[in-house]
Design a protein around this ligand. Structure first.
Ligand SMILES: Cc1cc2nc3c(=O)[nH]c(=O)nc-3n(C[C@H](O)[C@H](O)[C@H](O)COP(=O)(O)O)c2cc1C
Length: 316
C-alpha cells in the first residue's frame, strides 16, 4: 500500500490513527500505538491542562515516535490544554480536534510546527478547515462511538474527498482490514479507529466496559443526547436506558429544559472507564463493536488491520 505523503511526513508505518478518546486514550495507549507504527493520540477530553501535560510526559517516556493530542473544543480547560501543547511542542507532532471549529487555534499550532487535523462531520466544515490551513481532516461518520454527526462514513468520506485538496482520514465503523480497504476505495489517505482500540490490552478501560464491547451485537448501540443537541453513541446499558427515558420525558414537556438530564450524563464516560459501573457509566462505542471480538495488543491490531487491507487491495 502506497503511503500518502502526509503519513510519510508523520513517520508512520501504518496509515492508522488511534482516536483521541476522552478518558480512554492516555499516554500509555497512545505510546503503544505509536511504537507499533500507527499514530497514538492522547484524548484531552475535559481533563485539565495539568493532567494532559502528565499524559504527554508519560507517552514521551514510553516512545520516541510521533504522538498526537486530541483537543476537545467544548472543554472548559481548552485554553490551558492548548497552552500545554504549545509548551510541549517538540513532543507533539499532531493535534486533532473534536466538537467544532478549531480555526482560532490553528495559526498557533502551525507556527509551532504541529500538524492540525480536525474531525469533521460535514463537507462545509471540511472546506472551511482546508481554507484556514488544516493539514488534513478526519471525516467521521455517525456509526462511530462517542459524539457524532448526522452522516454515515460511506456517504461523508467520498463527498469530503471531492470537496477538499488536503488528505482525508476516514473514521466511523472501521475495525478491520475490510473497513480500511473500503475507506481507501472512497479516497481516504488513512483511517482512524476508536472502538477497536477500546479493548486493546494497553487500554485503561474498565474490564466491565471492555466485556460489554466484546459481547456487543450489531444493534446494541443507541444515541443519547439527541434531543438536547449533543448526540453520542453508547452501548445500551442501564445508564443509557435511564438517560433515554428521562430525555424523552423532558422532550414531551411544553418547555423542555435538558440541563438536568445533561447533568446526569456529565462525567458518565469517566465513570464507565474508571469504575465500569453500568448504572452510572456511559459505555461509548460504535456500531462496529459487534465485529470486535478479542482483546489484543495495539501492535497486533495495527498489523492485522493493515495486512488484511493490503491483501484486499491487491498488495498495492
Ligand atoms: C469512548 C470514546 C470516546 C471518544 N472521545 C473522543 C474525543 O474526546 N474527541 C474526539 O475527537 N473523538 C472522540 N471519539 C471518537 C474517536 O476518536 C474516533 O473517531 C471514533 O471512535 C471512530 O469510530 P469507531 O468508534 O467506529 O472506530 C471517542 C470515541 C469513543 C468510542
Amino acid at each position: 500500500m502506497q503511503l500518502d505523503p502526509l503519513m510519510k511526513t508523520l513517520g508512520l508505518k501504518y496509515p492508522i490513527f488511534q482516536g483521541g478518546m476522552a478518558w480512554v486514550a492516555d499516554g500509555r495507549l497512545a505510546a503503544a500505538v505509536s511504537n507499533a507504527g500507527g499514530l497514538g493520540i492522547i484524548g484531552a477530553g475535559h481533563a485539565s491542562g495539568e493532567v494532559v501535560a502528565q499524559e504527554i510526559k508519560r507517552a514521551k517516556s514510553l516512545t520516541d515516535k510521533p504522538i498526537g493530542v486530541n483537543v476537545m473544543l467544548l472543554s472548559p480547560h481548552v485554553e490551558d490544554v492548548v497552552k500545554v501543547i504549545l509548551t510541549a511542542q517538540d513532543s507533539i507532532t499532531v493535534v486533532t480536534t473534536g466538537a467544532g471549529d478549531p480555526s482560532k487555534y490553528l495559526p498557533q499550532f502551525t507556527a509551532a510546527n504541529i500538524k492540525v487535523i480536525p474531525v469533521v462531520g460535514s463537507v462545509a466544515l471540511a472546506k472551511r478547515m482546508a481554507r484556514v490551513g488544516a493539514d488534513a481532516v478526519i471525516a467521521e461518520g455517525m456509526e462511530s462511538g462517542g459524539h457524532i454527526g448526522k452522516l454515515t462514513t460511506m456517504a461523508l468520506v467520498p463527498q469530503v474527498v471531492d470537496a477538499v485538496d488536503i488528505p482525508v482520514i476516514a473514521a466511523g465503523g472501521i475495525a478491520d482490514g475490510r473497513g480500511m480497504a473500503a475507506a481507501f476505495m472512497l479516497g481516504a489517505a488513512g483511517v482512524q479507529m476508536g472502538t477497536r482500540f477500546l479493548v486493546a490490552t494497553e487500554s485503561r478501560v474498565h474490564p466491565n466496559y471492555k466485556q460489554a464491547v466484546l459481547k456487543a451485537k450489531d444493534i446494541d448501540t443507541v444515541i443519547t443526547g439527541e434531543y438536547a443537541g449533543h448526540p453520542a453513541r453508547v452501548l445500551r446499558n442501564p445508564m443509557a436506558k435511564k438517560f433515554l427515558r428521562l430525555e424523552k420525558a423532558e422532550a414531551g414537556k411544553p418547555n423542555p429544559d435538558f440541563s438536568e438530564v445533561e447533568e446526569i450524563g456529565n462525567g458518565s464516560l469517566r465513570q464507565a472507564v474508571l469504575t465500569g459501573d453500568a448504572k452510572t457509566g456511559a459505555y461509548m462505542a460504535g456500531q462496529i463493536a459487534g465485529l470486535v471480538k478479542q482483546t489484543q495488543p495495539a501492535a497486533e491490531i495495527l498489523a492485522e488491520v493493515f495486512e488484511q487491507a493490503t491483501k484486499l487491495m491487491g498488495g498495492v
